[in-house]
Ligand binder design. Sequence first.
Ligand code: SIN
Length: 476
Amino acid sequence: MQTQLVIKGDRRDASDEGTIDVINPADGSVVATVAAGTVDDMVAACDAAAAAQVGWAATAPRDRSELLRSCYRVMTDNADMLADLIVAENGKARSDALGEVSYAAEFFRWNAEETVRIRGVVATNPAGTARMIVHHPPVGVVLMITPWNFPAAMITRKLAPALGAGNTVVIKPPKESPLTALALADLFENKVGVPPGVINVVATASASKPVQAAMNHQAVRMVSFTGSTEVGRVLLEQAAGRVLKTVMELGGNAPFVVFADADLDAAVEGAIAAKMRHSAETCTAANRFYVEEPVLEEFGAKLGRAMADLKVAPGNEDGAQVGPLINAGAVESVDRLVRSAVDGGAEVVTGGRAVDRPGFFYAPTVLSGVAPDAEVCRNEIFGPVAPLVPFRDEDEVIALANDTEMGLIGYVYTTDLAKGLRVSEQIKAGMIGLNRGVVSDPAAPFGGMKQSGLGREGSTEGIYEFCETQYIATNW
Ligand code: SIN
């Protein structure tokens, strides 16, 4: 298992020999002890990325594309090893971990194809007096700050387009799940042949000083972050100091709307996917369930049974569907939201408590009769809790869905396609699942409106986020 920092192709201990223990959320045991990078290590990583950048950007797009394609293949060939690491450090069910590896690898396959299609424009100006050439060079050195809920995919969604566009990177993985990041860097350098210094990885025990040092490094021109809106705001303020380019994938508070004419079995299946994939710790997780009054009871009963039937167990146990939450603090904060909803008059249909076993497990929970302004509807839960709120008509549910500062994603279930599209268009969110519980796809633009973020990852747009735009005026 790779546990050292990756800087300029070297494997190093931290400059002060500091370490972090990586904890298995299924039982609280220590999985591995990883080097905890310092400010000096972060600066060394930025120096390494800066030194490698010009050479990397000068490689042929076709060569970078082929390397990206090899990263896809190597990830796929090593899916079991990567899934083992993800289960060990994040806790999610092995089926979810394997799904994540496949999703993560696809960002390389998709961006291998985009790398050779970064297009510019040549035009004559309207007065006919000049030619305008617009092209897209790489940004330079990119700092990537990634979360623990997708230890592989939230790296590759940034890394693949960044490398394809000709950038070099410094990755700061989360202290909870650095092992997958370190393993990926090893695979890409040793099995694919990505040159030293192109990918650097610095795990840290405490992020703020090393991150600030990276953002103040003269070579760093962009920060790409996935995580909470709270941390995103701080990073945006710091980025303003050097006017860095930013991509921010921040928090969600997704409404899940079930109209009375919906296929209720399909809606329950979609609700389980939207709420529970990856142990309910996704920013796309359905957070507030608005159900039209005539079907509230039936939908609640069906969802309650489906949630109660899920197998909650350590990710590696046979048939596990829901793993533990990331740590004890996560269990406490989910339980606090449930207690507060119950104190406000909600009823527990199923679950409603932590599971009495080692590790950080919380029972899949459905709450009915939840007030629209309950804390559990106002906050991103990041846990296996589905609060049900009744609604009477289309206008009311659109107002409820939009009554949040977040705007990452919404879900709508109805058999009336015109109504579904009408409502989807009025929900102020970057992504909508219309009769679908999962929307994530490397070929689709992932990102939010309002305080859920800035910029898009994936799709054709994703690679341009890692490019500058330069315009050359000339005559010939
Ligand atoms: C996230 O939770 O941050 C990403 C979810 C996804 O890509 O599906």
